[in-house]
Design a protein around this ligand. Sequence first.
Ligand SMILES: Cc1cc2nc3c(=O)[nH]c(=O)nc-3n(C[C@H](O)[C@H](O)[C@H](O)COP(=O)(O)OP(=O)(O)OC[C@H]3O[C@@H](n4cnc5c(N)ncnc54)[C@H](O)[C@@H]3O)c2cc1C
Length: 395
Amino acid sequence: MDFHFSPQEEAFRQEIQSWLATNMPPSYAADAFEERSAEDRFDIHLAWQKQLHAGNWVGIHWPKAYGGRGATILEQVIYAEEMGRVHAPGIANALGVMLVGPTLIHWGSEEQKQRFIPKILSAEEIWCQGYSEPGSGSDLASLQTRAVKDGDFFVINGQKVWTSYAHRADWCILLTRTDPTAPKHQGITYLLVNMRTPGITVRPLVQVTGDAEFNEVFFEDVRVPKANILGELNRGWQVAVTTLMFERANIGMGFQLEPVMRQLIGLSKRVPHYNGTVAWEDESVRQRLVQLLIEVQALKYNGYRNLTRQLHGSPPGPEGSLAKLAGSELNVRIAQLAMELLGPYSQLALGSPYALDSGKWSRRALSSRLMTIAGGTSEIQRGIIGDRVLGMPKG
Ligand SMILES: Cc1cc2nc3c(=O)[nH]c(=O)nc-3n(C[C@H](O)[C@H](O)[C@H](O)COP(=O)(O)OP(=O)(O)OC[C@H]3O[C@@H](n4cnc5c(N)ncnc54)[C@H](O)[C@@H]3O)c2cc1C
């Protein structure tokens, strides 16, 4: 494998570097606002996405016809490296850009693509994902939210849960049961639902971090036009799986752990250890830091490998589960080492005047657990890897 970049790719790097140098306010660097509330972070992500969009830097991997740059794999790699280098914040419409847009490009009618896609990149319309229900998480196909035909509409009744940013969303990709008599994977329809439709109630749920980023969403006689089916009636499971593949591959790729490791190494050089030393002076601490750095690099190169499949026009495959599993668990271990290094200081919560780094490591330790559950739990990813990547017999 040749890791050198061509002159054109180096020019692309220069272009993004100089755009970032001119356009990214230093206060936006993700580590500079890690101490803020989820709502403040969302607002910054929204402003940042609009700024990126003005420079045509959102969804660069999307085809040019849909507002992307049709970026090559190596350009995507360079983009990710440069965003990571300046520790740029995320974008507000992450679900829209990473999951909904690519799913629409793959399954949508031309009319749907024209209607929805431009406003995803510009963050004019924020999307949420209505998959999980109180009784259907890992076993998603058992979902019960009903959609019943009524003329040119479906009437929806049911409940979703853990719906991230539903309280800020304009639209939702919603999985509904349209044929309760069919086998569970065959009676599901994938709908595009306007969150302002009468009958939708959103109730925030507080997470272990104290933030309320996800919600319960209730549907009572909600009328959705039939034109908003994505794919075909009762064949929504195939569409739902496409979205899940994009989700897992993106969660895996999204772990920007190099900047976090830089911060952790910085912490190890400040945190008191024993006999007046700091942690960095202890060889065993340095070995653990290096081991994590090695795993961060392995994750990065495995992520690049996954991109190859998408370059050939296919949605990501089950190997996205490898990146999701490895990235989310590595993220937990990095946060755990920070807790160990902090010792008693790790007990101090975000915002405590006595905490090191304002207590952001404690919040990181709590929030790192979330991504081992969201997008399919680690156990589910292990099952997919065994079954569909390694071809092992079902247990
Ligand atoms: C931060 C966060 C954001 C989320 N955002 C969204 C969102 O925007 N939209 C959305 O629809 N959902 C969202 N979710 C929900 C998420 O997809 C589900 O929580 C997840 O799929 C697990 O489902 P569950 O919570 O019902 O747990 P369950 O499925 O009830 O699982 C409970 C436990 O049993 C284990 N288990 C279950 N089945 C198996 C099996 N077959 N083999 C081995 N172990 C098994 C699980 O690993 C887990 O440990 C989010 C979750 C989190 C944490």
